[in-house]
Design a protein around this ligand. Structure first.
Ligand SMILES: Cc1cc2nc3c(=O)[nH]c(=O)nc-3n(C[C@H](O)[C@H](O)[C@H](O)COP(=O)(O)O)c2cc1C
Length: 226
């Protein structure tokens, strides 16, 4: 272990050597710090075609070309695969449904530890629509859904996989997207996000920022200098 030298710790800071922390503490620091995390309500099917749905906030898009999404899927404490991880292994497909505020409670119900034979979508009152390119369904009530084929699975630890999926088809509620400009309206998408602990948030406090050109930057500096 490399101890932090006096020069690179500040008395005003609280510092952690991540390699010395328990798995639980690492988790708590990471989920409280990397915020807001979007929530993917992931739908999959098993080999009998039975539908499964579960939320994942270790989720983001990592590349647009190819269009790649990532999910961080943990095993159960007894090392059994979660149904989502197992179904992706077996069928090589999954669908990411974006969670709006309107379906937040339904999403949360899908996280309950239902047995594999129980269809979480039905229990949550959500509607499964047949996938166009993949066997997993998309959710009618979700403002946007991405049908994905498994691209790569990274086994990053004995109990955690990062599943990369390539988006092969997308569905949007018509009022969410301006198709001429290919612009998504964040107010209409109304996606929620996960913070630390059990806290979630909306994304309703927004502001615009334009990256300045170098000319604008220099003009601003000379202005400051008078
Ligand atoms: C908002 C939210 C986010 C979650 N994010 C994750 C995650 O990123 N990774 C994970 O393994 N479990 C996550 N969970 C827990 C799973 O959803 C939960 O274990 C679920 O029962 C798994 O279902 P499955 O066995 O049908 O796949 C999350 C739960 C909630 C409520």
């Amino acid at each position: 272990m490399e101890a932090a030298s006096q020069d690179n710790v500040s008395p005003c800071n609280v510092d952690f050597d991540f390699r010395e922390l328990s798995a639980r503490d690492k988790y708590k620091l990471m989920i409280g710090t990397v915020v807001p995390r979007p929530i993917a309500l992931v739908t999959t099917v098993d080999l009998q075609g039975r539908v499964n749905a579960a939320p994942f906030s270790f989720f983001n898009c990592l590349s647009a070309d190819p269009p790649i999404l990532a999910l961080g899927v943990e095993n159960h404490p007894d090392m059994r695969f979660k149904d989502t991880g197992l179904n992706v292994r077996l069928t090589e497909v999954f669908t990411v449904n974006i969670v709006s505020h309107a379906i937040a409670e339904a999403m949360h119900l899908c996280a309950a530890p239902f047995p594999p034979e129980q269809d979480e979508l039905k229990a949550a009152g959500l509607t499964a629509m047949p996938g166009v390119k993949v066997a997993s369904p998309w959710i009618k009530e979700a403002p946007a859904s991405f049908e994905c084929r498994r691209h790569l699975t990274l086994e990053v630890g004995k109990s955690r996989q990062i599943i990369l999926g390539e988006i092969v088809f997308a569905h949007y509620h018509a009022d969410v997207i301006d198709v001429d400009r290919m612009r998504i309206d964040p107010a209409r998408l109304d996606a929620i996000a996960r913070l630390g602990g059990n806290t979630c948030s909306t994304i309703r406090d927004r502001f615009e920022m334009l990256t300045p050109t170098l000319d604008e930057y220099h003009a601003g500096l000379s202005g400051d200098r008078g």
